[in-house]
Write a protein that binds this ligand. Sequence first.
Ligand SMILES: [Fe+2]
Length: 188
Amino acid sequence: MIAWSECFATHIELVDSQHKRLFEMLNSLSDSYNKDGPSEDSVDEVLKLLVAYANDHFIEEELLMLHSKLDERHLSIHRMEHKSFIYDVNNMWTYLSSEEELLILTENLIGFITSWLTYHILGTDRIMAEQIFAIQRGSSPEQAYEQRNNFKFDATATRLMMDSVLDLWRMSAERCFKLEEELARLRR
Ligand SMILES: [Fe+2]
């Protein structure tokens, strides 16, 4: 379970309300378990809704960045993170579901989405918001981008981000090892 708290706030109303909805949808993935564990149909249904909602939210965020004239250096990294989220979730569900037990796969998906949302909202999205506010106060997009490292992360946000990045790194390493094993098996 992931709980919304003020430390996730970007202070852009539309963005925050959509992030809260994503948290709710992620929590409903944990709730989709019945007494025997998750069922493939219920996970599939919740996951499809979550990915579709995330995709719409990413499009809105990217339009907001374009309208706010954010520096292209931030936009390209931000777009790439959005794209990789959709790719990774679809990939984990589509290609691994035949090989992994449903319970393990669902727990991995919940872990991945939780860590990704935590890292992305606390880091990338809040830095996006800071640049939008700086431009509204009169900075140029370049100045706003170059000042992004002055953004202060409090201790709680820093700890949450570090834990999430480590989780994402661990999951990605496990997937690489599995792919290497699969490759070695195919070559034999
Ligand atoms: Fe984002």
